[in-house]
Ligand binder design. Sequence first.
Ligand code: SF4
Length: 708
Amino acid sequence: APEAPSAPTATTCPYCGVGCGVLAQPDRMGGATVAGDPDHPSNFGRLCSKGSALGETLSLDGRLLHPEVDGRRVAWDAALDAVAKGFRQTLETYGPKAIAIYLSGQLLTEDYYAANKLFKGFLGSANVDTNSRLCMSSSVAGHKRAFGSDTVPGTYRDLETADLLVLVGSNAAWCHPVLYQRMLAARASRGTRIMVVDPRRTATAEEADLYLAVRGGSDVALFSGLLVALADSGRIDGAFVAANTHGFEEALARARQIAPNAEATARACGLPAAEVEAFFEAYRTTERVVTLYSQGVNQSTAGVDKVNAILNVHLATGRIGREGMGPFSLTGQPNAMGGREVGGLANQLAAHMGFDVESVEKVRRFWGAPRMARAEGLKAVEMFQAIARGEIRALWVMGTNPAASLPRADAVARALGRLDHFVVSENMASTDTLTAGAKIRLPAAAWGEKDGTVTNSERRISRQRAFLASPGQVRPDWWAIAQVAKRLGHGEAFGWRTVSEVFREHAALSAFENEGTRDFDIGALSGLDTQDYDRLQPIQWPARRGTARAERRFFAQGGFFTPDGRARLVAVERPSAPASEPDLPYRLNTGRIRDQWHTMTRTGKSPRLSSHIAEPFLEIGARDADAERLVDGGFARVSTAHGDAVLRVRVVAGGGDKTLFAPIHWTGETSSNGRVGALVHALFDPISGQPDAKATPARVTPVAFARQ
Ligand code: SF4
């Protein structure tokens, strides 16, 4: 890493999927001041509270700075030898299905690429999954069913040129704050209406022009009713549907079964009919509509159908890929998109390719891969269940904390203890996952210490640049993977000397044997030399050779990535009502708060951020709180079939819907510390594998502490 330079370094915020550009000015004492980058097209200088506080989070307190094996500090060579030996022995004894790597939407694209190449191409295992599975995999699957590809059709600019913005299951005011600021600015300047669909009255809902407090899980019914309403009022774009889609009649017929009219929709969604009518009327009378959706849609056992119910509406009205209109998946993590591009999911291969024979062969040829995985691997929840059963015996976890963040986190922690070979690459010296029995601990370079790229929610690739010297013996993750590959006999294929060489290879793969056939490639970037890479300005994909580097929308004139170029409208299923459980009458919803990120390893270092909300809590509506004899500021025990936690009670307006909310950020050795991942059930969408973190059956009881 470079010595502290005198000029600010242009880099990218490491938190959410908005992907804001920041300028970091090292202070020559190991820290830096951080400001928004006025030239970055995702934020134009704006930052939210988390981004603004980045400079307060750079201390080395709690960092893992040296490799460790069996609790002893060792040299990198010894640690890497031990990593390679464990995977070699497991492969020889049990075969490739017994090894896995679990990655993170916090990793840089180059790290993701290296991990994917090693496991899928050279060790023969597609057990390569990521915490992005918990974030956006239902959107990926929904996109692929509808468009034939995982493509976000629009750009952030559409949020500023739309006349109606509808946020579904998205608390953008807290979770995508800078993008939300851009939406509010559009409302102030051109009167854009903002509508929110969410069972929880969030900060975003508070400011909406229309807030629909839908019953949890009823999004499919709402958007099915909307499709019927648009059809019955002549608002279908018949020419677009006829020329560019399949499945409209079947999708509409299914929608009529689910929600035949506004009254039926209102009943299914638990809404006043007048509100549903107002919502439908807004879509009927507004051409420029963007429907944004996030974890309230994705994190569900019916997440993919929810996504497709939304996509159906935009396809049926031809409101896609044109300025100011389209469906828009808001990605949670900073590089979930980059991970998708290089295939960092168990059901993808690389460069957006799947496991069809042709794609497998193409990637094998490009990599010169000796042991190519030819079928999908296990997705996150199933991967850890296979560990619990002893089927996966060697695991490498990189940049994430599954023993806190996965559903049934206590069961995950116990499963990790069964592994024969357990490697963790981490910034921090103490996490739930390290504590669960990691024998080899590799110190990873953190934000500000490493170089690479990330891709945000609008397909924009930005550089993350180092501006701090590397402390201790930390190294970038791609380097550690390449060193292990070398020890396993694959040094030539992993002989990268710089991160720019990794990126060039990734870009070249995206264009390999693709001339004229694919629109994802960034082949234009495969010719960058190291200096060009260092100077790379934010750019959206595709960035094909010979094409202008302009913002690009997809699908206005069709051109979907299906074999016949047509999109598919999907006849969605109505989610079945959850079985009633008298002992567990509530539904526990989990999510983020405004000023913390994931398990707080970085944001927890800023006193300013902790002053917003300082402790874990349980949110409950006033009517339900009264019924349970809970008081604001008191304590309650929330229990599920998987664990329980004692949390401070926050009473909010409303209630009667038997829903609870608890934030995901606090961790600890017991769920009593607010570690709510331990309470969440491990149900997931059967298509995407994305867990349902929004509706775990629960009960709640008051807790009285004796006076001291
Ligand atoms: Fe960082 Fe997201 Fe805030 Fe932008 S909106 S500063 S990317 S956390």
